[in-house]
Write a protein that binds this ligand. Structure first.
Ligand code: SF4
Length: 444
């Protein structure tokens, strides 16, 4: 069967209160019959020949007539029939699954997906699911009485669940009694969801892909069960109401939970872009995003001149942690302000301790072919990098020569001087021309 996905973006989920769901809170286009028809027409007009299975995804319920007006639903069914669609998969909450609506799909092999999430009423209440197992069972029986397939979504790693494996065993066993297929979904924090707050307060954490696959491994080859480790492109995205002013110097601004969740994300979820084989640690800058500062503009110009930006992974070192260039304009990396003039000896020491550990963990999690830096020798970031690399027995090279730094260190902005930038240019050119970058460091 050739499949096509239709993304439903009308109205809003009638319930919109599930703790883990951000999409359900979002308001789509007005569910007017004109809008609905227009979207359906545009979808079917572009449908490639041979497609015979449509899956409708969207937050909410296809069978909710406030979200898709009855006339619109009938129009969609008619379009499916005209386009010779054999199979249709839609999503719905149990309360919208009614006999009259189901009869309209006659002639199409219908599958209805229900987000049950977990087979436990108490947890369903805690996550504010708004229905119970008996509602799911009733809906499932009704669907089956019309020969309609039931597809059940279960969430792996919900908050309030003490024993994930045991709970999942129970949920799968229960769901199999009422479903034709099951999808085990790795729960990730969507920025619009209430789960985001739990995550930022350290009351819940996501599973890495590996952790997820280890937990669901026993169902890996089960033909009735699908595994979904990544339902959306996940990066820590902070909703405006949770953003705080992170300007300041001190422990609070070094190990703030907002920085910590990002560092954890970089270790357990982030994948370094495939072609970026060489890691280049760079200093942070007062100006945000970093790339708008004078120093970074000059560094980027050199990397561009040498045509190395696609190959070199620029990662800044800061009190906020390690910041890959691609994330520099995301909160909180674009919103903190650590004034070096306010640093005490004690906080400098803490910065070195915390940053060296962060670098060490990062280098353990990600394998590069080489590690370079362009940092002042007396900076805390350089000292932290040295400690981390020593611990890992890892070679790295500072492209700023020690001799140069001795001569420029008293100047106001030493990293912007021609001498420092020449070192960077020559160092990168040298590395490139002699091919060292390919074998510069060998990790165990
Ligand atoms: S999970 Fe489903 S029912 Fe719950 S808020 Fe989201 S869209 Fe609505």
């Amino acid at each position: 069967m050739s499949k096509k996905i239709f993304l439903m973006k009308f109205g809003r989920c009638a319930w919109h209160k599930c703790l883990f769901c951000g999409y359900g809170r979002m308001e789509g286009k007005k569910s007017s019959i004109e809008n609905v028809r227009r979207e359906f027409d545009s979808f079917f007009d572009k449908l490639e020949p041979g497609v015979d299975h449509i899956t409708v995804f969207g937050s909410g319920s296809f069978l909710d007539e406030k979200q898709i007006p009855l006339e619109g639903r009938r129009y969609f069914i008619q379009k499916c029939k005209e386009s010779k669609i054999k199979k249709l998969t839609i999503e719905s909450r149990p309360e919208f699954i009614k006999a009259e609506a189901l009869k309209e799909f006659e002639g199409i092999e219908l599958e209805v997906a229900i987000g049950l999430e977990i087979a436990d009423d108490r947890t369903l209440d805690k996550i504010n699911k708004g229905f119970h197992l008996r509602d799911f069972e009733k809906a499932s029986k009704l669907l089956h009485s019309y020969n309609i397939r039931v597809r059940t979504y279960l969430l792996v790693n919900l908050p309030f669940v003490e024993n994930i494996k045991k709970s999942l065993d129970n949920s799968v066993e229960y769901a199999l009694k009422f479903s034709d297929s099951i999808v085990l979904i790795n729960l990730l924090p969507h920025y619009r969801s209430k789960l985001m707050g739990l995550w930022l307060r350290g009351e819940w954490n996501f599973l890495s892909r590996d952790e997820f696959y280890r937990i669901v491994d026993k169902w890996n080859k089960d033909s009735k069960i699908e595994l979904d480790a990544e339902t959306f492109w996940f990066t820590p995205k902070f909703p405006p109401e949770l953003r705080e002013d992170l300007s300041g110097v001190g422990e609070e601004f070094l190990t703030h939970s907002y920085f910590e969740v990002w560092q954890d994300y970089l270790l357990r979820w982030y994948e370094v872009p495939k072609d970026k084989e060489i890691l280049l640690f760079l200093p942070c800058s007062h100006r945000k995003p970093y790339s708008e500062s004078e120093t970074h503009r000059k560094i980027i110009k050199i990397l561009n001149e040498l045509n190395l930006r696609g190959k070199i992974h620029e990662v800044m070192l800061s009190n906020a942690g390690l910041v890959p260039r691609g994330f520099e304009n995301l909160y909180p990396f674009n919103a903190y302000d650590w004034d070096e003039k306010l640093e005490t000896e004690e906080i400098k020491q803490r910065y070195i301790e915390v940053t060296s550990k962060r670098i060490e963990n990062y280098l353990k999690a990600h394998r590069y072919k080489g590690v370079l830096c362009f940092l002042k020798y007396d900076s805390e970031s350089y000292k932290a990098l040295k400690i981390a690399c020593n611990k890992l027995n890892l070679e790295f090279r500072n492209l700023l020569k020690e001799k140069t730094y001795k001569e420029i260190r008293k100047l106001k902005k030493p990293m912007q001087t021609e001498d420092a930038l020449k070192d960077l240019y020559d160092g990168l050119k040298d590395e490139e021309s002699i091919g060292i970058l390919r074998n510069y460091v060998k990790l165990e």
